[in-house]
Design a protein around this ligand. Structure first.
Ligand SMILES: CC(C)(COP(=O)(O)OP(=O)(O)OC[C@H]1O[C@@H](n2cnc3c(N)ncnc32)[C@H](O)[C@@H]1OP(=O)(O)O)[C@@H](O)C(=O)NCCC(=O)NCCS
Length: 298
């Protein structure tokens, strides 16, 4: 193989990077007998732009001459290092490009944990991350519920705040420190600017007990509660609040370590479509109280 160059990513590289990810991911999906994603990139995905701004030293591209053949991006939030993306063009795989990109975006200091989510159907990815000290810790099936076929859910009696205040966000970030392991206020600031992201806070007897974000009226990600006894109630309300367009489905990644939640979702008619996994060198978050955000940030 020709010499591959590794350079920090620039804003203008993000569209070619996002297109390359589509090719790499859909090649993997076809190889694994799965439907390809409809992946069209007309503009820079907001999350890519955000991660390049927040972590400019941890976003790298691999180049074969003028051709972008690999992309890696990571984020550091406090002592949490997290891998957002790692993709290599199929023709360039198995030649050490992924490993080199991972080394470039790696960060470490005393007490720092390292984690990511990846496709359970790609053992090569699981393998490379395992060599960096991370272990598969929790399955995250991507699930869908069809509102037309699901059991109807009644109100739980929780009160819903649909326009959270600054004090609500402060509470949410404090809660995420406990249940997610680390707060990620920077991502909440990004999502707050987006019309597609809607946040709800739930209260019981005047006390905040949980929150959820609904993306595009259909995806519940993330969701958190102060105590596991509220998980089913808050999930019930989140499902009631999601309003996918006609024939659309409600989606989420359910941590299988939360047996009660997984069985609740299956019981009301959710189905598991495919499996992703959380890998880490430290066991976090508290999956009894946390349902992840988009897996590029968890
Ligand atoms: C996963 C991916 C990024 C890896 O990049 P790559 O350039 O192909 O990988 P590399 O050649 O750098 O390294 C692969 C490593 O995994 C190891 N490996 C492969 N299969 C393995 C297995 N089943 N178990 C353990 N290790 C395995 C290899 O031995 C190698 O490690 P080494 O360098 O120490 O020998 C790339 O294959 C890809 O883009 N795949 C499709 C998309 C994807 O799954 N991305 C991950 C999303 S989080």
């Amino acid at each position: 193989m020709k010499k591959i160059n590794y350079r920090k990513c620039r804003r203008k590289d993000l569209i070619p990077a996002a297109r390359m990810i589509g090719i790499s991911m859909n090649y993997l999906r076809r190889q694994s007998g799965m439907e390809p994603y409809p992946w069209r990139v007309r503009e820079i995905p907001p999350l890519f732009n955000h991660l390049l701004k927040t972590d400019p030293d941890l976003t790298y591209c691999a180049w074969d001459g003028e051709r972008l053949v690999g992309f890696g991006s990571a984020l550091v939030r406090g002592k949490q290092w997290y891998l957002g993306h790692l993709f290599v063009l199929p023709r360039y795989q198995d030649n050490g490009v992924g490993r080199k990109l991972l080394e470039k975006v790696w960060a470490d200091k005393p007490g720092m944990t390292h984690a990511l989510c990846t496709f359970a159907f790609n053992m090569q990815a699981v393998g490379i991350y395992s060599k960096f000290g991370m272990t598969p810790l929790c399955d995250l099936p991507w699930m869908h519920g069809d509102p037309a076929k699901m059991k109807k859910l009644g109100s739980t009696g929780l009160k819903i705040i649909d326009t959270p205040t600054r004090a609500d966000y402060k509470w949410l970030n404090e809660l995420e420190t406990k249940i997610r392991g680390y707060p990620h206020a920077l991502e909440w600031k990004l999502w707050q600017k987006s019309e597609k992201h809607k946040v709800y806070i739930f209260t019981s007897r005047g006390k905040r007990i949980g929150y959820c974000q609904i993306v595009d009226k259909r995806m519940i990600a993330p969701l958190g509660v102060i105590s596991k006894r509220y998980m089913t109630k808050v999930m019930t309300e989140a499902i009631r609040l999601a309003k996918p367009k006609k024939d659309g489905k409600i989606n989420l990644w359910c941590p299988t370590l939360n047996i009660e939640l997984y069985q609740f979702l299956i019981g009301i008619g959710f189905r598991a479509d495919e499996m992703e996994i959380f890998m880490s060198d430290e066991p976090y978050p508290d999956w009894q109280r946390y349902v992840p955000a988009t897996l590029a940030v968890v």
